[in-house]
Design a binder for this molecule. Structure first.
Ligand code: X2X
Length: 346
C-alpha cells in the first residue's frame, strides 16, 4: 500500500473504531435503567411470548439500545401467580408486561367483559370491541387502575379439553373436574354447566393434568399445541368458542415518565406493531377455511368435536344466568356498548 492510501485507510479505520466505541458507550439518558423487566405468562414458543420478543426487539432496535428489555416468562417476577401480575406492574416490580384480560380482572372488573360466556361469536366481534369505543373504555379503566396501556394482542378463543370423553352437551361435563383461571366468573360458568371447577395458576395446572388430579381445562389451541397438552392426557377438544382473552401491552407509569417523549413514541409504536403481528400469529391455522391447526391436532390422536348450532345453543342457554349476573357486575353500560358494537359488526 502506498503511504498516502495507507494513511487514508488507517484514518478511516480509526474513525470507524471511534464511532463504534461512541455507539457502544453512548451514555444512557438520565434516569434510564440498564435493563427493563417484561412479564409474560408463557415463553416464545407461544404466540403470546413471541409477541413479547417482537416488542422487545423492535424497541431495542429503534432506540439504538437505549431501552433494553429482558423477558420474564412464567410470570416469574410474581412467582408464577398470574393474578398478582397487575399489582406488581403498578408497584414497579414489573416494568412492562403483556397480560391477559383474565389475569388482571381481579383488579380491573371491566376486563371480565371478554369472559362473558358466548358474548363474542367470532374474530370480527373481538376486533369490533378492541378497536372501538369498548377498547377505549377498557384502556381508560386500565390507566385508572395504575398502568399505561399501549396496544392490544390476543391469547385466543378458549376451547374446552378433557381426558375423559367427547363433550357435546352440558350433561357431558357433569362431574368433570375442570381447571379454571383466577377469575370467579369462570367458577360460575363451569358450575352452571354442571362441572366441578377448580381454580389454579397455569404453573400448577400442567402437573395437575399430568397426574390426573384434574380432568380438563380451557385454553386457546395455540396454548394447547405449544404446551403439548395431548401429552398430559388432554385427548378430547370441544370447539365451542365461548370466550376469548385479548392481551394488553402495558408499561409501568413511573418507567414511562422516565423516558424521553421520542422514546415513549418509539415504545408505543413498537407495541402497536408487535401487537398486530402477535394477533396474526395467534390466529394462524384457525382463520383459514380448512383450519390447518385443527388437522395438526387431530393428527396427534386428539378427538375434535365441532358443535352443531343447536348443540352450542344448549351451552349458551345454560350459562345465560351467569352472563346476566356478571353483566351487572362488569357494568351494564359497558356490556350494552359491547353488545351493540358486536351486532353492528355482523
Ligand atoms: O392460565 C391460563 O390459562 C392462560 C395461560 O391462558 C392465562 O394466562 C390466561
Amino acid at each position: 500500500m502506498k503511504l498516502r492510501s495507507l494513511l487514508k485507510f488507517s484514518l478511516g479505520a480509526a474513525a470507524l473504531a471511534t464511532f463504534g466505541l461512541a455507539q457502544a458507550q453512548a451514555p444512557l439518558p438520565p434516569g434510564y435503567k440498564a435493563e427493563y423487566k417484561m412479564s409474560l405468562v408463557v415463553g416464545t414458543a407461544f404466540p403470546w411470548g413471541k409477541g413479547g420478543e417482537i416488542w422487545a426487539n423492535l424497541v431495542k432496535e429503534r432506540t439504538q439500545g437505549r431501552i433494553n428489555i429482558k423477558l420474564y416468562p412464567g410470570v416469574a417476577l410474581v412467582q408464577g401467580d398470574q393474578t398478582r401480575e397487575f399489582t406488581a406492574i403498578r408497584q414497579g416490580v414489573i416494568d412492562l408486561a403483556i397480560g391477559s384480560t383474565i389475569n388482571w380482572s381481579p383488579q380491573i372488573r371491566e376486563l371480565n367483559l371478554f369472559s362473558l360466556p358466548f358474548l363474542m361469536p367470532d374474530y370480527k366481534a373481538i376486533d369490533a370491541l378492541t378497536h372501538g369505543e369498548v377498547g377505549k373504555q377498557i384502556f381508560a379503566a386500565v390507566d385508572k387502575a395504575g398502568a399505561l396501556p399501549l396496544a392490544w394482542g390476543e391469547n385466543g378463543y378458549r376451547e374446552l379439553t378433557n381426558s375423559k370423553h367427547a363433550v357435546k352437551s352440558p350433561a357431558d361435563l357433569k362431574g368433570l373436574k375442570i381447571r379454571v383461571v383466577g377469575s370467579p366468573l369462570f367458577l360460575d360458568t363451569f358450575t352452571a354447566l354442571g362441572a366441578n371447577p377448580t381454580q389454579m395458576s397455569w404453573a400448577d395446572a400442567q402437573p395437575a393434568f399430568a397426574s390426573g388430579a384434574v380432568d380438563g381445562q380451557e385454553n386457546p389451541m395455540s396454548i394447547f399445541t405449544a404446551a403439548k397438552l395431548h401429552n398430559v392426557g388432554q385427548k378430547f377438544v370441544t370447539m365451542w368458542g365461548y370466550v376469548a382473552d385479548p392481551l394488553i401491552f402495558v408499561v409501568n407509569k413511573d418507567i414511562w415518565a422516565s423516558w424521553t417523549p421520542a422514546d415513549q413514541a418509539v415504545v408505543r409504536q413498537a407495541a402497536l406493531d408487535a401487537g398486530k403481528e402477535e394477533i396474526a400469529i395467534a390466529r394462524k391455522g384457525l382463520v383459514e377455511a380448512d383450519k390447518p391447526l385443527l388437522k395438526e391436532i387431530a393428527a396427534l390422536g386428539v378427538t375434535i368435536t365441532q358443535l352443531t348450532p343447536p348443540e352450542r345453543e344448549a351451552f349458551v342457554k345454560a350459562t345465560r344466568p351467569v352472563y346476566d349476573k356478571w353483566k351487572a357486575q362488569i357494568g351494564a353500560g359497558l356490556v350494552d356498548t359491547a353488545e351493540k358494537a358486536i351486532a353492528a359488526s355482523r
